[in-house]
Ligand binder design. Structure first.
Ligand SMILES: NC(=O)c1ccc[n+]([C@@H]2O[C@H](COP(=O)([O-])OP(=O)(O)OC[C@H]3O[C@@H](n4cnc5c(N)ncnc54)[C@H](O)[C@@H]3O)[C@@H](O)[C@H]2O)c1
Length: 353
């Protein structure tokens, strides 16, 4: 009996896509100066995720008994919509690198073909990861400050690579500040960030604060990008009444501060894990009532942002964002005709030889 006899259609012929490697220089070229576009892409991806057109299982944390401060995280994900790609980000955090002047985080992103499952690209992904993180922070700053006075004094608490990207994304999406505060445990890191700010051409007055309290008291928008493992900011009175807090490093704020604030996350189940401050707040209260919702809830108009209390955004960081930005990079590099394909990467392509 043929397929036609049985009434079923012949299967579509499928082809295995070529496998490409995209190094950091190409990634950077594809993303440079595209801050607005990346914020729009992240917004669209949050909306897709909110609508359920994604698969984003929990991140897996690989930890090492002999290197307790280091970790490698796997973020598998699948995204629908027009992006339609599956994949995995594999990102290491080795804080000891920083003393030697080497970035803490390094990463690759694997993109898998929707139809065959075959991996079709391996991309340098520390830039993609920093880009999606900063784009998400800029998006949150925009949406969570709508309808209130736009912050004019920003404070960066912990100033490594992520803080630099967040500043670039805020500036690249139209934010300007009268005052830019900087605080870091390391005077050298604070000085490095200051010189980055000066070179960026910002018009704001830059102040390095030795004390955390000074930074927070003099900021309407506070960006946390430290590598703290446990809360170290415990005093709610340091924050201005309507402070907007981008809690990107997730573990800086005592749970009591969250309980007295308005809280938004990117994804509730993801964020209430791994001893983040929202996770500690849930453990302290035994419930999730302190959460007002997700950023997607705000964007969709399901939740409004109340005034009169600090607003804290704690984004766990979703693999779907890496996929969306990574696929954008792949398409750009392919369009430019500069895709570096590894011929014959997959060798066993006939089942019986
Ligand atoms: N939520 C997300 O989606 C997401 C994504 C990427 C990175 N991150 C987080 O962002 C953070 C920053 O990443 P990075 O690559 O810029 O790290 P980094 O190591 O380059 O910089 C961190 C900086 O924070 C400073 N610091 C550490 N503890 C501090 C403290 N208690 N007070 C003040 N300063 C302190 C360090 O001296 C350093 O300069 C990390 O915690 C990382 O996990 C979050």
């Amino acid at each position: 009996m043929t397929a036609a006899d049985s009434g079923s259609a012949m299967p579509e012929p499928i082809t295995v896509p070529p496998f490409a490697v995209i190094p950091g220089a190409q990634v950077r070229r594809a993303l440079q100066g595209r801050e607005k576009q990346m914020v729009e892409l992240v917004e669209a991806t949050y909306r897709l995720h909110g609508a359920g057109d994604s698969v984003n299982p929990p991140s897996y944390f690989l930890r090492f008994p002999d290197r307790p401060s280091s970790r490698i995280i796997a973020l598998p994900a699948s995204i629908g919509g027009q992006v339609r790609v599956d994949g995995l980000k594999w990102i290491s955090s080795f804080p000891g690198n920083v003393a030697a002047g080497v970035p803490r985080a390094s990463a690759v992103l694997i993109l898998n073909d929707h139809d065959t499952g075959y991996p079709f690209a391996c991309l340098e992904s520390s830039i993609i990861s920093a880009t999606r993180t900063a784009a998400s922070a800029a998006l949150a700053a925009d949406w969570l400050s709508r309808g209130r006075e736009r912050p004019a004094r920003v404070g960066f608490f912990g100033v490594g690579l992520i803080a630099r990207y967040i500043h670039t994304f805020l500036a690249g999406t139209g934010w300007s500040f009268d005052e830019i505060g900087v605080h870091d445990l390391s005077a050298g890191h604070a000085a490095g960030f200051r010189s980055y700010l000066e070179q960026s051409g910002t018009a704001g007055r830059i102040t390095v604060h030795d004390r955390a309290e000074q930074l927070i008291r003099s900021s309407d928008l506070v960006v946390f990008a430290t590598i703290a493992g446990q809360p170290h900011v415990t005093n709610l009175t340091w924050f201005t009444r309507d402070a907007l807090v981008l809690h990107v490093s997730l573990r800086d704020l005592a749970p009591e501060i969250l309980l007295a604030s308005v809280n938004f996350v990117d994804d509730i189940d993801h964020c209430l894990k791994a001893s983040t401050s929202p996770h500690l707040a849930e453990q302290l209260t035994g419930n999730r009532d302190f959460l007002s919702g997700t950023l997607d809830d705000v964007m969709a108009g399901r939740v409004t942002v109340p005034a009169g209390r600090p607003v804290v955004f704690s984004p766990f960081g979703l693999g779907v964002l890496d996929l969306a930005v990574g696929k954008y990079v792949y398409d750009e590099v392919a369009r430019s005709g500069e895709l570096q394909v590894i011929d014959g990467f997959f060798h066993e392509l006939r089942r019986y030889g």
